[in-house]
Structure formats: C-alpha cells, structure tokens
Design a protein around this ligand. Structure first.
Ligand code: PGA
Length: 273
C-alpha cells in the first residue's frame, strides 16, 4: 500500500564544495530547475555558505540544511558548530553521515546526542545510516540488523512525543555506494527501508512515539537522474539524499522531476486548475 501522507523529499548534500561567493548562484539555479509540485526540496551547503544560500532562497519553497551539528550546545570545541548557532541559518540538519562517522570518528552514541540537540533546537534531522561493503557481503539480513541497531541507538535518547513531532527523516546510505558510482538496487533499498521502519517502531515501543510507517526513508549513494527511477518505483522509498549529482543542475532537475511523479501518485501535488 502506498502511504499517502509521507512526503516526497529530495535533499542535496553539497559536502565540501562551493564558497560563500558562488553558493547563492548555485542555489538559485537549483531552485529554478527543480520547481516540481509536491516535492520537498532541501539544500545542504557547507556551514559558511548557509547564510548566502538562505538569503538566495528567501521566499522560495526550498529548505536549507546544515551538514552536521555538534552534540554539545556550546563549550571549548574549537571549530565546531552547535545547534543553537544554526537556528536562524537552517531548518534541517544532516546527522551521522558516514563521512562524519569515518573521518571524525562519530559513534552511534554521539549521533544520538546530535539527533537530540537538533530536535531540541527545532532542526529537522536527516539521520544517515548504512553498512560497509563487508557487512553487505555477509548477507542482507546482517546489513539490516546493523542498520536497525544504528537507528535504535540514534533514537534512544529522544523517544516519545518530541521525536514524533520532530519531522525526522532517515536516509539509508550504504557506505559502499557513496561517491563510488555503484548504487544499491531499488529492491535492496526497499527491504532496508522496511527494516528501518521496524527499528523505529521498536525504538518507540508502546510510548507515544514516532511510527515507522510515518517516517520518511530516503535512499542515498550515487543517485543520478539515470538511476533514480528504480528507487521511486519502490513504495517504501520516499526520496533521495543526493551528493555528487546535487551540484549538477541537469541531474537535480531529472531527479526532482522523477520525484514529482511519485508526489503526484501520492496525491501530494495540487491538481492543476
Ligand atoms: P553521492 O553521496 O550521491 O555522491 O554518492 C551521497 C551522500 O553522501 O549523501
């Protein structure tokens, strides 16, 4: 069954690309090329580009997201950025991206604290989870168990109503697919999305918490205009977290156009008059 109420989301993760001098123009180009009814669009530039991108997108229907947030609210953490600092700059934040986990040694516990700080400060987290290639090679059920643990650990401090109303989105990003040109199959991503939703339900338990069925799950990892169709063909997949292709207007235009078909099928796009 297609869940009609889950939004269709395409988020672009610009990673360590663009400068304050050129980010605004790219944001304006992306906005103009991706005007598709019913699709929630989010751009996540580097911290130093948040203000110009926010200003460039003022009055447009595009969310601005940070790529990370510190797990403390403030203190002696040179070079880090806390959730209160982001409040006027962003409404979304990517948390637990595999590049942060790998290069900055972020643990599930830190990711959980980041989710909590984001939600407390009104930022909508895009929680990233995903397995290494060796885990995938041990079998789908091994990968699903690991990802389910990542989800449960990340949500553990924030169960309850705060989580249910947080707008949390989960992005399944198999590490072996990120920036490699090698993507998961739509069917594998859909099976993982089901495992993620079961984990959300398990994390919430009997409390008034977030429900898996209500949680948008995105796929990320070498998404392009050429391969996006197989993900949106799966009812379990609600969108994409796009890295490399999010810097290319033609690619983003194709990805968001395909997202629009799913949005229309779900009744999210207003009927043309
Ligand atoms: P990619 O990155 O699309 O370049 O593989 C995805 C991501 O890291 O979010």
């Amino acid at each position: 069954m297609i869940p009609p109420m889950r939004p269709v989301i395409v988020a672009g993760n610009w990673k360590m690309h663009t400068t304050p001098a050129d980010a605004a123009e790219l944001a304006r180009t992306m906005e103009a090329r991706t005007r598709v009814p019913g699709v929630t669009r989010v751009l996540c530039p580097p911290f130093v580009c948040l203000a110009p991108v926010r200003d460039a997108l003022a009055g447009q229907n595009v969310g601005v997201g940070a790529q990370d947030v510190h797990h403390h609210l403030g203190g002696a953490f040179t070079g880090d950025i806390s959730a209160p600092m982001l409040r006027d700059l962003a409404t979304w934040v990517i948390v637990g991206h595999s590049e942060r986990r790998r290069y900055h040694h972020e643990t599930n516990e830190m990711v959980a604290e980041k989710v909590a700080r984001a939600i407390e400060n009104g930022l909508r987290p895009i929680l990233c989870v995903g397995e290494e290639l060796e885990v995938r090679e041990e079998g789908a059920h091994v990968a699903e168990a690991l990802v389910a643990d990542q989800v449960m650990d990340a949500l553990q401090p924030t169960t309850g109503e705060a989580l249910a109303t947080s707008g949390l989105v989960i992005a399944y990003e198999p590490i072996w697919a990120i920036g490699t040109g090698r993507n998961a199959s739509g069917a594998d991503a859909a099976a993982m999305a089901q495992a993620i939703r079961r984990a959300v339900d398990a994390a919430s338990g009997d409390s008034i918490g977030l429900r898996g069925a209500d949680t948008p799950v995105l796929y990320g990892g070498s998404v392009t205009g050429a391969n996006i169709d197989q993900f949106f063909a799966e009812a379990e997949i609600d969108g994409a977290l796009v890295g490399g292709a999010s810097l290319k207007p033609d690619e983003m235009a194709a990805i968001v156009a395909r997202a629009g078909l799913t949005a229309a099928a779900r009744g999210l796009a207003p009927a043309r008059s």
